[in-house]
Write a protein that binds this ligand. Structure first.
Ligand code: AN0
Ligand code: CP
Length: 317
């Protein structure tokens, strides 16, 4: 595997899951693979889970790990080509990226959607520049339109907890005070469409995700109807994904907050969320604290998905 930005990069999901469970049994099984290899993690945005779990995955594989927070200590970076750099940005991404590539063997990048220009976000201009100019295998730690390490961990979690061979998985929009990217729901949809599950997406009108990610998933605007018989409920907020309101919040309706009212019509569903989560906006205390809440096992599986991905990238060196 030469890069990891989408579900296609991981190939056959059954094989990837087998590898994940093998690593879950022994996190250090491939600890010699990363000997004298350096992992660089570049963050343009905040992180708790991705930062810790990806570092841990590198350590599991015997790698040396360097973490760079672009906004804390690095020079301010210009990202547009052709700009006269007479403002506050001291360095251009076009130099910074190949320099970073000099000091490592693999690069992970976190760079959220900026909501300035939808085409730039959906063309993944920052991530693509790392792929083109770093000279190293690059993996996404949540870029503008996807968060594949999260979705892979979610798939592992569903595989572990499912009670039927083909569970019903419902991804539900939920309210949030600030505009959030579509990366997590886009990726989750992409991975669920590739997996063997009955997948339904529910959201208020106006929050339609890009058709490229929705694929053949069923979209149901009535949240209660969508939840009927669900085995897994995956809650997430996202901002408007298309059109003139791109990147905006047009609905904060707390009737969409996942509570025991909606969970009551499910098939005793498990509750999932990638975290960080705002309690009593996205989900009530009662639901997130219930025995059916998988938010912590999901976060734990981030170490597993990252270890599989780094292992495969190391094997390609
Ligand atoms: C980010 C998002 O919604 O994409 C990260 C989630 C993993 N969440 C926030 O910014 C709160
Ligand atoms: N789920 C997730 O990616 O969390 P962080 O933003 O804390 O890394």
């Amino acid at each position: 595997m030469k890069k990891f930005t989408c579900v296609q990069d991981i190939g056959d999901l059954h094989t990837a899951l087998q590898e994940a469970f093998e690593i879950k049994k022994d996190h250090f099984k491939y600890q010699h693979l990363g000997h004298n290899k350096t992992l660089m993690l570049v963050f343009f945005n905040s992180s708790l889970r991705t930062r810790l779990s990806t570092q841990k995955a590198g350590l599991n594989l015997g790698m040396n790990v360097i973490v760079l927070d672009i906004n804390q200590g690095a020079w301010k970076l210009e990202t547009e080509r052709g700009v006269i750099m007479d403002g506050d940005k001291s360095e251009h991404l076009l130099e910074a990226i190949p320099v970073m590539g000099c000091y490592c063997d693999l690069i992970g990048v976190r760079s959220f959607a900026r909501f300035e220009n939808r085409d730039d976000d959906y063309n993944e201009v920052i991530l693509q520049q790392f792929i083109q100019h770093s000279g190293r295998p690059v993996f996404s730690m949540e870029a503008a339109t996807g968060h594949p390490l999260q979705s892979f961990a979610d798939l592992i979690t569903i595989e572990e907890y499912k009670r039927t061979p083909r569970p019903k998985v419902v991804m539900s929009w939920a309210p949030h005070p600030k505009a959030l990217p579509q990366a997590v729901p886009n990726s989750f949809a992409e991975w669920m469409n590739a997996a063997d599950v009955d997948f339904v997406i529910t959201h208020p009108e106006g929050y339609e995700l890009d058709p490229k990610f929705v694929g053949n998933a069923r979209v149901e605007y009535d949240q209660m109807k969508a939840f009927e018989g669900a085995d897994f409920v995956y809650a997430k907020n996202w901002s408007v994904a298309q059109g003139e309101n791109y990147g905006k919040v047009i609905n904060k309706d707390r009737n969409w907050t996942v509570s025991s009212r909606q969970m009551a019509v499910t098939n005793n569903a498990f509750f999932m969320h990638c975290l960080p989560v705002r309690r009593n906006m996205i989900v009530t205390d009662e639901v997130i604290e219930s025995p059916n809440s998988l938010v912590i096992p999901e976060a734990a599986n981030r170490e597993i998905s990252a270890t599989v991905v780094l292992k495969r990238l190391l094997e390609s060196l």
